[in-house]
Ligand binder design. Structure first.
Ligand SMILES: *Cc1c(COP(=O)(O)O)cnc(C)c1O
Length: 386
């Protein structure tokens, strides 16, 4: 396959060739732990499936191609990939992290790696001066997500990569929300991209996985060492499912974006909605940067109802097409209320200050017909806020 082909073509073909022995089009599920050696140490590329598995190799090459990176590594979950990035650090190192990263990332940093003498400073990365002020001589990693969850803050990846490199720190971007179809951090100067494959890349809410992608051979070699040494690797069935998912990533993302854009505009005009957080809206504070660094604005949005915690809970409980659930990125629409669900661990006062109000609702817009999605939200809002 031509490496210069477009992402729609690479999504389907990159990393995959018909099986040379049988002609099977799809990468087989190599359900296998060990491999025959011809003489001790002489093998055909594989010796043990934690170290390497052919189904995983095809997935890793496919993901690397999507992100326009040289090297991909797959993990058993998004947290498994983020943990591996922490493995690259040493006691005494400091990390500057965006203040509203995924809750699991923050838990890993604060409750696991603080114990190993790493330290973390959380800053609002839409404020570049605040980032500069947070960087210290011992800062080795700058970690961010964009757009963020659930307020869809947009962070300037190229600017953050520059600040990181001025400080000789690695710049790593969790690209789970945008996906490589909409945003490629390596092209913007980042050193490392992390994914939860559980979300849009898998795309069907039926698999958990993670990945790291880089252009740097030395960095990839270190990541490969920890991938094998720590062992948070995915099985071949999981890799097969993600490979099946990535084939349709571009068409799914087109519909996710189209539906989210239309829902955002509709909610923006709704009398019971006081605010919509969607980077595609011109009123969104990150709209200009998003328009520059993303190819479209994604399928995630949040909105604030002029309602109490209880009333907003009624709305998310009364939808019929939107399923009340955490997670995101599948073909089906999901709805959740951050205050009592994904962000419940943050004290109320701090939550309110950060804009995570009781009436805030987050949706992962699926690829159903948008008119059905609107009608469903309308009946739930009307019923609960009568
Ligand atoms: C879900 C998620 C993760 C964690 O991934 P898992 O596959 O659940 O371990 C990390 N970052 C972001 C942005 C996520 O949405």
């Amino acid at each position: 396959m031509d490496d210069d082909s477009r992402i729609e073509t690479r999504a389907i073909h990159a990393g995959q060739e018909p099986d040379p022995e049988t002609g099977a089009l799809m990468t087989p599920i190599h359900a296998n732990s060990t491999y025959e050696q011809d003489r001790p140490g002489e093998h055909r590329g594989y010796e043990y499936s934690r170290t390497g598995n052919p189904t995983r190799t095809d997935l890793e090459n496919n993901l690397a191609s999507l992100e326009r990176g040289e090297y991909g590594r797959a993990f058993s979950s998004g947290m498994g990939s983020i943990n591996t990035v922490c493995n690259l650090l040493s006691a005494g190192d400091h990390v500057v992290c965006a203040d509203d990263v995924y809750g699991g990332t923050r838990r890993l940093f604060d409750q696991v790696y603080e114990e190993y003498d790493l330290s973390f400073t959380y800053v609002d990365m839409t404020d570049l001066d605040a980032v500069s002020d947070a960087i210290r001589p011992e800062t080795e990693l700058v970690w961010l997500e964009t757009p963020t969850n659930p307020l869809m803050k947009v962070i300037d990846i190229a600017a953050l990569a520059d600040l990181s490199h001025d400080a000789d720190a690695l710049c790593a971007v969790d690209n789970t929300f945008a996906t490589p179809y909409l945003q490629r951090p390596l092209e913007l100067g980042a050193d490392l991209v992390s994914h939860s494959l559980t979300k849009y890349l898998g795309g069907h809410s039926d698999v958990v996985g993670g990945a790291l992608i880089t252009d740097d051979a030395d960095l990839d070699e270190r990541i490969g060492f920890y991938q094998n040494a720590v062992g948070a690797t995915p099985g071949p069935h999981e890799c097969f499912l993600v490979l099946r998912g990535t084939k349709t990533l571009p068409v799914r993302m087109d519909r996710h974006c189209e539906n989210a854009r239309e829902l955002a505009a509709w909610l923006d005009d709704h009398p019971r909605v006081s605010r919509v957080y969607y980077p595609g809206l011109e009123s969104h504070p990150g709209h200009e940067i998003a328009a520059e660094q993303m190819d479209d604005f994604g399928g995630m949005l949040s909105f604030e109802l002029d309602a109490s915690l209880e009333e907003a809970s009624d709305v998310v409980s009364d939808t019929e097409i939107f399923t009340l659930a955490e997670s995101l990125g599948g073909v089906e629409s999901l709805i959740e209320q951050p205050a009592p669900m994904t962000h419940a661990s943050i004290p109320k006062e701090e939550r309110e200050k950060a804009g995570l109000t009781d009436g805030l609702i987050r949706v992962s817009v699926g690829i159903e017909h948008v008119d059905d999605l609107k009608a469903d939200l309308e009946q739930a809002i009307d019923g609960a806020l009568a």
